[in-house]
Every structure is written in C-alpha cells, then in structure tokens.
Design a protein around this ligand. Sequence first.
Ligand code: GLU
Length: 399
Amino acid sequence: MARISARIAAITESATLAVDAKAKALKAAGRPVIGFGAGEPDFPTPSYVVDAAIAAASQVANHRYTPTPGLPELREAIVAKTKRDSGYEITADQVLVTNGGKQSVYQSFAAILDPGDEVLLPAPYWTSYPECIKLAGGNPVEVFADEKQDYLVTVAQLEAALTERTKVLLFCSPSNPTGAVYTPEQVLEIAKWADSKNLWIITDEIYEHLLFDGAMAPSIPVIYPPIADRTIILNGVAKTYAMTGWRVGWMIGPKDVIKAATNHQSHLSSNVANISQRAALAAVAGTLDVVNEMLAAFDRRRKLIVAALNDIPGIYCPMPKGAFYVYPSVKGVLGKEIDGNRPTTSSELAALILEKVEVAVVPGEAFGPSGYLRLSYATSDQDIVEGIARIKDLLSKAK
Ligand code: GLU
C-alpha cells in the first residue's frame, strides 16, 4: 500500500508560496533577493484594525470558540459590505467565514462537486484552483486564453470545452495571475451562457477593488440575477486591507450550500481565529480609504513595471487592468543561450533568473502553459526598478 494517499500525492506544492518561501529564506540568509513572488501587499495592516485585534486579545470571550460560520457581527458586516461594494443583497445565513479565501475555494468545490464532475477553468488560472478541484474529486478542464486575447476566454471557447459532465465554471476577474479584467458586457455574456447550460459559477472576487483605467468588475449575481441560486462568491480581507497573514476569507452562496459547507468546516477547522475575526470586523465595517491609498501606489507601479518589462527584448507584457500582477510572455527569450544556459521553459528561465540575478518570479507553469512569468508588483518602486533592471541585464545576454 502506498504511504501517501493517491489523492494527496496527486497535488503539487503551491508554487506561489514556494517561490515566496525561497525568496524570504534567501533574504534571511543575507542574500540581496528581490521578490516578485507572492501576491502580498507590502503595506502594513491599518492601525485601527491592529488595535481592534489587540483589544480583542485581552477579552476572555475571544479566547473561546465562535460559531463555526463566524461571529454573527462579522457575518452581518459582510452582508452590509457586499451590498455597499457590489450591490448584492444577501442575508447572514448566506455567509461562511473561512480561514482565508483559499479555504473557501476548497470548501466551495467540496460542497458541490461529485467524483468526475468537470470544472471549466479559464487559464492562466490561480495555482490553487486545479488542486482544490482535484481534492474535491472533480476534474479541472483548462480553457486557455493567451496574451493575444488579453488572457480573456470567450464563450465560444467555453462552449467548445463543455461536456455532459461539466458542472461548474470558475470565474476570476480581476484575474490572478494575469491582472486581466472582463468588461461588464463580457461578464454578462458569460453568466447568461453558464445559466443556459445549467452550470454553477464559483466567482472569486478577492481583487474586486483593485481596478485601473476605469475598469469595472460587476458581481455575477448582480449583473445576471437568474444565476444567483447557482453562484458562490469567494472573497476576503487579505488584498483589500493588506491582511494576508490574518487568514480571514468568506464564501457567499445559496443557504443550502452554505449550510453544507458549514457542516464540512465544523469537522475541518471549526471557526477562524476569534482575534482575526475581530480584526476583519474592524476592516470590513470601516471605510475603503486604505485600499484607495494602496491603489494609487499600485497604479504607479503597474505602469513602471510594464514599461520596464516591455523594454527587454523578447518580452511582451500586456497592460493589466486589475489586481497587482503582470503576466509577461517570455516566449521570445526561450531557447536562446543566456550566460551559458539555454532555458526552454519558463520554469527553467525563472530558476535561472533567481540563480543568476537573485530575482524571484513565478513561472507560467504554475498557472497553465509554459512561456510566461508572473510578477507581483505589490512591492516598492525601488525594488521594481532594481529587479527589472537585473532581469534586463541577464536577458540582454540572450543570443
Ligand atoms: N494569492 C496570492 C498569490 O497568488 C498569495 C499566495 C497564495 O496563496 O497563492 O500569490
């Protein structure tokens, strides 16, 4: 008998977290590494949020369990926040607070997939989606949109991938890893199509506030209410309030799905840490001032990094309209000799960049086909200038 179960042996380590851990370890060892790995705002969590957590830590009530689906006050605050930010009207029993957005990804798939059910997965996709689908017994079906179509899949492509086993469409706009944002017309078209095929939609709204150039990210059940009963929304405080380490996310869905997912969570992790929930309550019930401040910095960095990358021969980087990632194609560099090496995949190129110039990037293989790199620009302007200059120095040796 195998020591590791087939189910767990089939999944890979999270490449985003692996790159981040490697960069942080090298830095801790004194290496001048510049990290564009994990998507983590470089801003501190707002002080009023931290203060709420400090106050909560000294109250004995917060040393105890909360109800599995979350503090009633937090679920109500999420109801109010959802109406404020997307216009979607829900009730508290449609909210389950999870240990970060990532746990809500897994629990959503676990709640609605049976073995063999297929999930349409627009690619490039966030690295954890296919693994969560597989863990839940489903089969991810990749639908790839390249840089020529701005990384946005069309209904025709989705239709071509549809089978009688298709149950769910995963949707993420603004997208991790590409930063691509669907127009409201495209979102409506996709939602209508999914509804006509009786599909569910799991829509990841974690980057809802990180939009540039007037781009919009309408919420699926708001733009097309008929599909609300088969829609699950994923969200959390990590990206909006610079709270990646606090691990507070949530899922919003029909009551029967939320009840089923809550039952699952009651055996999996119980409630999210009480103190983190109190911090999230302060964040969600407060203003969006903090994200607006971060947005101004992200917008500046977005333009800086796209211009610098497009200045490197062999690299093509579309201008993203959301999130804080850029997703350049490096196909023009692959196969060339660089400093005595000849990387033929983006994975080999990313390893070479880390080894030779100590810059951490995530290879496209973590998100779909080879030929791309993902860089998070939620880091300082100075690191962006220096990091891309180092990559340019290295790649200018390509012949
Ligand atoms: N979601 C972020 C990223 O894609 C954080 C790391 C992770 O959980 O994957 O980099």
